[in-house]
Design a protein around this ligand. Structure first.
Ligand code: FPP
Length: 239
């Protein structure tokens, strides 16, 4: 893999288009999710190799609970299958695993697997792999506000940095780059607070077709961006 220039520290991905991928092939939507999950596995591996410090994958939004229960069950089974199957590999690759969102709403046995994966990778030092499940940005912000109020923080102590520490993503850098596949140009409740200055990359490619090469194209595109954070010019590929 040949890629020079600045690597984004934190990449967020809205993995969209699994259903359409399957529908155009006359396959059941769940087959699209299966292929999508395989693609997630590949992109996680590439991210580790590239030296990305944090990768956040949007796997299941709070709104996704409204899908037919058979599809929800399939997505849960896929998560269970991959976490069980890939845990040893994540440990070997020094990855730190974390799930964000309303995890307590997931089936009990999946919560157990998630806690196990978090526990067994907690002392690792490599890439942080964050899976957003039963997650939505506004919900995360509201939960953070509630935690903050219960903590008894005084209004004058409240800074952006302090607020960050109440979010599910506490301790993670803000995403430098957010990718969305499948041609939709929306953020769809993903990392709303954290993504304030993220570079956005949209591609028509459906998630099951989002190969390593497509991922590298997204990163190269990011490297050509000027990041100004509302101030003076900083190119993303500046040293
Ligand atoms: C969006 O496609 C995708 C999802 C709602 C699920 C994403 C989940 C996975 C890729 C599998 C689980 C992940 C891991 C990390 C093992 P869509 O169904 O909204 O597609 P459509 O817009 O074409 O209908």
């Amino acid at each position: 893999m040949l890629l020079t220039g600045r690597i984004p520290r934190h990449v967020g991905i809205i993995m969209d288009g699994n259903g359409r991928w399957a529908e155009v092939r006359g396959l059941p939507r769940i087959e699209g999710h299966r292929r999508g999950a395989e693609r997630s596995k590949e992109i996680i591996e590439v991210s580790v190799e590239l030296g990305i410090k944090a990768l956040t994958l949007y796997a299941f939004s709070i709104e996704n609970w409204q899908r037919p229960s058979s599809e929800v069950m399939t997505l849960m089974k896929l998560l269970e299958f991959y976490l069980n199957k890939e845990l040893d590999r994540l440990i070997k690759k020094d990855v730190v695993f974390k799930a964000i969102g309303e995890i307590w709403k997931l089936p009990e046995h999946i919560q157990v697997i998630i806690r196990e994966a978090e526990g067994k990778t907690a002392s690792n030092k490599g890439m942080r792999l964050v899976i957003a499940i039963s997650y939505s940005g506004r919900n995360e912000i509201l939960r953070a506000v509630k935690k903050m109020l219960y903590s008894g923080i005084r209004p004058e102590e409240l800074t952006e940095e302090a607020f960050n520490s109440y979010l599910d993503t506490a301790g993670l850098p803000a995403p430098d780059l957010i990718i969305r596949t499948s041609g939709e140009m929306r953020i769809s409740n993903f990392l709303l607070w954290q993504g304030a200055y993220s570079e956005l990359y949209f591609t028509d490619t459906l998630w099951p077709d989002f190969t390593e090469d497509e991922f590298l194209l997204a990163i190269q595109d990011y490297q050509r961006r000027e990041r100004r954070f509302g101030a003076i010019s900083v190119r993303a590929d500046a040293p």
